[in-house]
Write a protein that binds this ligand. Structure first.
Ligand code: AMP
Length: 538
């Protein structure tokens, strides 16, 4: 017997309609690319979203068309999120840090007819222009007064929407229709396209609003440092509108000082970003002695959350929660919200729990398998390849030529992990980064985190280098913190009290900087190239 309930489609426009009906005065504030602060409400934004939807239709955009955007977190890109998906076209958010070859590849691969861009990226877009095979029209996300002539034939966003009506009749269509797409910044091969459906993003937005996930409430003010060009800013432009949370978009200023200004002036209570961003902010607070009395919580994901960050922000009464996810998972898989009995523990006993990536959102199924595909126990000890499935997890990469899933329809994340009997996930490494030494697996993340606890270490990256007896041994590469001059011996001693003997690095090298990729994560591939012929001492 089937249920007898209405079959209404889960569309992102329903989130917008809900927000307009219930939270029309909720604020959206932007530090614009042009400079000044822009403020408006959800009610105002809905009118401009309607104007953009009408303008796109008038331009000839039809369902399924992929519209490219290379932009900062601003109110204009936010408007694109709702307008493009709302007319059943697909917003392709492009990471400007992909590098020119990959950027051209993804725009051509997605066959974008239109490319919207922030003027800070005009030189990059101009350089890409000769390589772009499908783009018919370029649109700068600005007004006529700030237009830039680097990109030939470009219109501006404000001119595009100016003469269109601020009323639109949103169409209804199948909830499995594509709403957005984003390419993984894959470290090997060409980037791979992940195409999100309305249903997937709406469901994830519901889950993200749970108290066991982002746990924001009406009255909170959220600042996404995580870019809108990377997995929909962790889907927050949708989840914030579900519950009437104010949003503050930081625009082009993502440095410690720039972020501090927006967090402070706009009384931001919750923020989200990768560890590098949180480190930059912590550095700024330490240097200036400034405080953030309004900021209560931050979600830190995209890479392992270092202990030094948890401890650092605790001094400012900011609770950092770790999340884990992937572009292929829309992106949130787990969030670490500690239950009261763990929260009440003294800091040194609590931190080991906070260093885990958290528990899965409902509907995210996780399992561990060994290298031949046998399923392993979630007993807090077995370490294996992490596989997932769920309604907001990729089924197939865009234009895939080989299967994306395992034979029994799970997605292999490429991460190595442990899951404990209470469901807590601990990412120990990327499968290709784990150091295999004498038959054991040593986590490069553990060594990096331990090194980051040393006050003289600003950044740490660990790779395995060949060893005649042990197959591989860890090499620790360090960027010193400004004003400190630690020696290799001092750091070795420091690590000995914090790591298992197998994980003590065989060598430490100091460098000026460690290469990071398009999403702010250490590029182990580049680090390996840099130390290709490295010979371990002794
Ligand atoms: P991306 O698709 O660029 O968001 O990258 C996803 C990858 O980032 C995951 O497969 C992990 O390797 C890594 N990652 C994300 N969150 C965490 C975390 N909390 N701890 C360790 N690695 C993480």
């Amino acid at each position: 017997m089937m249920g007898l309930m209405m079959d209404r489609p889960l569309l992102t426009t329903e989130i917008l309609k809900h927000a307009v009906r219930n939270y029309r005065n909720t604020e959206i504030v932007t530090r614009t690319v042009e400079g000044p602060i822009h403020r408006y409400t959800i009610g105002d934004s809905a009118k401009r979203i309607a104007k953009l939807a009408n303008a796109l239709k008038a331009m000839g955009v039809t369902p399924g068309d992929r519209i490219g955007v290379m932009g900062m977190n601003t109110y204009r890109q936010f408007e694109m999120y709702y307008a493009v998906g709302g007319i059943s076209a697909v917003l392709h958010t492009i990471n400007p840090r992909l590098g020119p070859d990959n950027a051209a590849f993804v725009i051509n691969h997605a066959e974008n007819d239109y490319l919207f861009y922030d003027t800070v990226f005009a030189p990059l877009v101009a350089a890409l222009q000769p390589k772009l095979e499908t783009v018919k029209q370029y649109i700068a996300l600005t007004d006529a007064d700030h237009a830039d002539d680097a990109v030939s034939g470009a219109l501006t966003y404000e001119e595009l929407i100016a003469d269109h009506s601020d009323i639109v009749e949103w169409p209804e269509f199948d909830e499995n229709t594509a709403v957005a797409m984003c390419y993984t910044s894959g470290t090997t091969g060409d980037p791979k396209g992940v195409v999100y459906s309305h249903r997937a993003l709406v469901l994830q937005s519901f889950a993200a609003c749970l108290p066991t996930a982002m746990s924001m409430v009406e009255g909170d003010t959220f600042l996404p440092v995580v870019p809108m060009f990377h997995v929909n800013a962790w889907n927050t432009p949708y989840s914030c509108l579900m519950i009437g949370v104010n949003q503050v978009f930081p625009g082009p200023r993502l440095d410690g000082e720039g972020l501090y200004e927006m967090l402070d002036q706009e009384k931001v209570t919750f923020s989200a970003g990768v560890p590098t961003v949180w480190l930059g902010l912590l550095d700024y607070l330490e240097k200036t002695g400034k405080k953030l009395p309004h900021l209560k919580k931050g979600l830190c994901g995209g890479a392992a959350l270092p202990e030094a960050l948890i401890r650092g922000f605790e001094k400012y009464d900011v609770e950092l929660q770790q999340g884990w996810g992937m572009t292929e998972m829309s992106p949130i898989g787990t969030v670490n919200v500690l239950p009261p009995h763990l929260k009440a523990l003294p800091i040194d006993e609590r931190i080991p729990h906070q260093l885990k990536a958290g528990r899965a959102l409902p509907f995210v199924d996780m399992r561990l398998v060994d290298s031949v595909g046998h399923i392993l126990a979630c007993d807090g000890e077995c370490e294996g390849h992490l596989q997932v499935r769920g309604p907001w997890i990729v089924k197939e990469y865009y234009k895939a030529t080989e299967p994306t899933l395992t034979a029994d329809d799970w997605f292999d994340t490429g991460d190595v992990a442990i899951i404990d009997p209470d469901g807590y996930l601990q990412i120990t490494d990327r499968a290709k980064d784990v150091i295999k030494t004498g038959g054991e697996w040593v986590s490069s993340i553990d060594i990096e985190n331990a090194a980051m606890l040393h006050e003289g270490v600003a950044q740490a990256g660990v790779i395995g280098v060949p060893h005649p007896v042990w197959q591989e041994r860890p090499l620790l590469v360090i960027v010193k913190r400004a004003g400190y001059d630690p020696t290799a011996e001092e750091i070795q001693e420091f690590l000995k009290t914090r790591l298992h003997k197998m994980a003590w690095p065989d060598a430490i090298e100091f460098v000026k900087n460690i290469p990071v990729g398009a999403t702010g994560k250490i590029l182990k591939t580049e680090l390996r190239k840099q130390f290709k012929d490295y010979e371990l001492p002794g």
